[in-house]
Design a protein around this ligand. Structure first.
Ligand SMILES: NC(=O)c1ccc[n+]([C@@H]2O[C@H](COP(=O)([O-])OP(=O)(O)OC[C@H]3O[C@@H](n4cnc5c(N)ncnc54)[C@H](OP(=O)(O)O)[C@@H]3O)[C@@H](O)[C@H]2O)c1
Length: 415
């Protein structure tokens, strides 16, 4: 893709919730970018984002009451899809129509994780982006976490070059449960915690194992084995808590989705060596807040990262009381005692480097290091894991039976 680089990329945001605010905050560390517009259904939500963009000096940001209105605005260069999983494909279809009918001049689209809820949907997302000749980026922030960028660079340059490639990556992401009703609804979200959080773990592990000089496709997925379970949120007391918090839309007594998932994934490199990913995720972890744990092991070396083993810790005695918040760490569970604090969450979780990379690629017409193709590969691994858990056996790849597969928890009540 060749084009004259744009001096500034003006982005339009679809969605105005939790992740949109995180992306906006991270843009403070990104150059050559402006936030030109936001579209979501409620005017109040859009105004919150317009105000935040102004406060951060990223605007002027216009509140658009229709997606077509934002797509047809000549000032918008690229779209960031940051709305819930069940809205993705319709939004992408609208983008495709506006671009192919020449009503929109956008050149690129970035989409939050997971790219889609099934392999069929993921393939369609990719097809629509390519058919409209749009540059595309898959927003997997953990690939851009500052400890991952730094750790991978050192391991491959100093250790792997000396002693041989890494062979085992471990990744875990756990917290005490998501913040909005749709995450808990299997048909809307596409599954439970396996879909919601293991998409991060499998991709960051695959990224760590990939030779930096080679594409992600240099590693072939050979087999996947998954387990899912309901550990916490189906217990009557906790199912009741969900009903009280979200009303009848979330019925964990009758329509639960998994709150625990485990995966082993066997891969093969170009020399025929076996590599392993071990991943575990849960919505049943009550610690200080969100915990990401990553490890990479090779013949004479290892690296590890734990997002809650922070350098900065704050102690507050029982005499200090205050409102609940997420001001110390994401998905925070306490406001007293010895608390870890991530002093730059947007950076450490990867949003700043992710957006810097996407903005620079879109501005210059270059292909990002994470595209919708990687998003498709992630969905293939996730569907393989759900199928493995449902069948109680290891699934070997390529697995044609996954093409039309819908996870059991997404089938219940599916519309
Ligand atoms: N990378 C990460 O670690 C991470 C973390 C959290 C979430 N995410 C991903 O980000 C996406 C959004 O999650 P979230 O946590 O921001 O959810 P959220 O807090 O529930 O916000 C969802 C937003 O989407 C808007 N929306 C709903 N339906 C829409 C539609 N049809 N068209 C346009 N906007 C619509 C809602 O606003 P209105 O009601 O005004 O429409 C709301 O602002 C999900 O795909 C999720 O998986 C990623």
């Amino acid at each position: 893709m060749t084009m004259t680089p744009k001096d500034t990329l003006t982005m339009g945001l679809v969605g105005s919730g939790f992740i949109t605010e995180f992306h906006l905050k991270s843009m403070l560390g990104v150059r050559n970018v402006k936030v030109g517009g936001v579209y979501s259904r409620s005017e109040e939500n859009r105004q919150r984002i317009v105000d935040l963009a102004a406060e951060l000096g990223l605007g002027p940001c216009t509140s658009f009451s229709s997606l077509d209105g934002m797509l047809e605005d000549e000032g918008i260069d690229a779209i960031w899809i940051l709305s819930p999983n069940h809205t993705r494909l319709d939004i992408m279809r609208q983008i495709h129509a506006a671009v192919t009918e020449k009503r929109s001049k956008i050149v690129a689209v970035a989409c939050e994780k997971p790219l889609a809820r099934t392999i069929g949907e993921a393939n369609e997302m990719l097809r629509l982006a390519e058919d409209a000749k749009l540059n595309h980026g898959y927003l997997e922030n953990q690939v851009f976490c500052t400890p991952v960028l730094r750790g991978k660079e050192i391991i491959w340059r100093r250790a792997a070059a000396n002693a041989g490639r890494p062979y085992l990556a471990r990744a875990a992401e756990e917290h005490s449960g998501p913040h909005a009703a749709w995450f808990w609804q299997g048909d809307k979200q596409g599954g439970g915690v396996l879909n919601d959080m293991m998409c991060h773990s499998v991709e960051v592990a695959r990224h760590l194992l990939t030779d930096p000089a080679k594409p992600r496709s240099s590693l072939k997925i050979k087999a996947v084995n998954g387990t899912v379970a309901n550990l916490k949120w189906t217990q009557p007391k906790y199912a009741q808590q969900l009903s009280e918090r979200y009303g009848p839309d979330v019925d964990y007594r009758n329509r639960p989705s998994e709150d625990f998932a485990r995966a082993t994934i066997t891969l093969e490199d170009e020399e025929g060596n076996d590599l392993m990913i071990e991943a575990t995720t849960s919505w049943a972890y009550v610690g200080a807040g969100l915990r990401i744990q990553l490890e990479l092991l090779g013949p004479e070396y290892s690296m590890e990262f734990n997002s809650l083993a922070t350098g900065l810790k704050i102690f507050m005695s029982r005499e200090i009381s205050g409102a609940e918040g997420e001001d110390l760490v994401e998905k925070q569970n306490a406001e007293q005692g010895l608390m870890p604090v991530l002093e730059d969450e947007a950076g450490i979780y990867g949003y700043t480097d992710e957006n810097r990379h996407m903005v620079e690629c879109f501005r210059k017409g270059e292909t990002p290091s994470e595209t919708f193709m990687d998003g498709v590969a992630v969905v293939q691994m996730l569907m393989g894991l759900y199928y493995s858990a449902e069948e109680g056996r290891t699934v070997t790849f390529p697995a044609e039976e996954l093409e039309n597969y819908v996870p059991m928890v997404a089938r219940v009540g599916a519309n």
